[in-house]
Design a protein around this ligand. Sequence first.
Ligand SMILES: NC(=O)c1ccc[n+]([C@@H]2O[C@H](COP(=O)([O-])OP(=O)(O)OC[C@H]3O[C@@H](n4cnc5c(N)ncnc54)[C@H](O)[C@@H]3O)[C@@H](O)[C@H]2O)c1
Length: 449
Amino acid sequence: MTALTLLRRSVTAVSCHAHAHAHAHAPVRGTNWRCLPQLQRRQLHLHVSGRHAAALLASKTTAASAAAAAQAPNAHANVGDSVTAYRTMSSVAPKLVAVAESRRFMIDCFKAVKVPQAHAEAQADLLVAADHRGHFSHGMNRLEMYINDLAINSTDGAAVPKILKETPATAWVDGLNGLGAVVGNYCMDLAIQKAKTVGVGWVCAKGSNHYGMAGWYAIRAMEQGLVGMSMTNTSPLMAPTRAKEAALGTNPLSLGANANNGDKFLLDMATTAVAVGKIEIQRRKGAPLPDGWAQDPSGAVTNDAELGFSTGCLMPLGGSELTSGYKGYGLGAMVDILTGVMSGANYSTQVRKWTHAGANSAADLGQVFIAVDPNCFAPNFEERMSDFNSRLRGATPTDPSKPVLLAGDKEKNGMADVDAAGGIQYLENQLKTCASLAEKLKIKPLSFV
Ligand SMILES: NC(=O)c1ccc[n+]([C@@H]2O[C@H](COP(=O)([O-])OP(=O)(O)OC[C@H]3O[C@@H](n4cnc5c(N)ncnc54)[C@H](O)[C@@H]3O)[C@@H](O)[C@H]2O)c1
């Protein structure tokens, strides 16, 4: 029996396991889910600050907190309190996975479901970069979903995108249902080539799949000295202002611009107020939701975490109409117009639901990749960016212990922490999912530092 057959047979089992595991991304009415970036970054920040610190903290865990930890449904249950969050983890020193080992494992998984080497590497590079940067929701956490989609052929791991229409500055690409990173890298590289030739490259893709961190593609342009932007549409999860049902996805956007000496501005964000995982955390804590996060079935803002979770209607960035949520709604719609509508892909409620068991239809997501040569405009862009960045970072903080940050700073700090610790610390249940995948796909399990 091939690994693929085994995997197909076990999709349900894997799915059930996944739902039980510690990621607070259980499907909400079968919708796409975004997970727990903030908590996981908190955990990362705590956990990767060194094994000594970890062991010390663990040894200080009281019997009472250990008992509470044992009863906690999972490590995500305590997002509001980083120390408690730490205590919910194992009392042994954290197991770290080297970045290279995480990448190796993901490549092996993709190859086991017949993804060609180059495509497996592209997808693994994207996912491991997300974990490295602290965006765990879009790293290894997504691996199982991609594998399940590949196993049931709702994504074509071997597909190579093709250009449908082209001008010197633009291209319309069909991703042919290929892997998101394969389509995304292809399109951004095309945009970069055009920007280097005519100053700007604007590439729209249809027929794509979930492409992970929007910032990954902006970084690709920045590495070539260009300003990069990217956006994607996603499965419906955001209720438009005044609506009681979801009609837009979490539709992320990114913009990256270089400053001098390796400094940069890198905005990479969803257009919903919070990820669905943050609602799940409040629910597990038995805590109320702040205003502006989620709606109940009637469309009213709810503070009831249980109800917000089961309804599955996230509010746009900004929250309710009173707090200008219509601006987040507008941004999410803008993303869908520039991606789904402009590329001829699915958009709004046309986009499928996405679950751990894989989807029974092609996603046909729309995406856009823009590269701009800043030298086409005023000279010395990077110098001015450095000045710009320092003016923002230099603003007097309200709390002196919390310096003003720039978009991209948290992720940069997260990477430095991982590098200093020598590896990524995945949540225990993520590691269980990996062990289960290794067994099913008959590949070498993850090893630890
Ligand atoms: N492909 C998809 O379907 C999809 C959907 C949604 C999100 N995502 C990805 O998920 C990841 C997480 O998205 P998110 O919206 O939860 O990110 P987030 O809320 O953690 O961060 C959003 C942005 O705000 C910046 N930021 C954070 N704290 C800051 C502070 N104090 N001061 C200044 N800037 C600050 C970050 O650097 C980042 O650029 C992103 O990589 C995004 O592209 C992907």
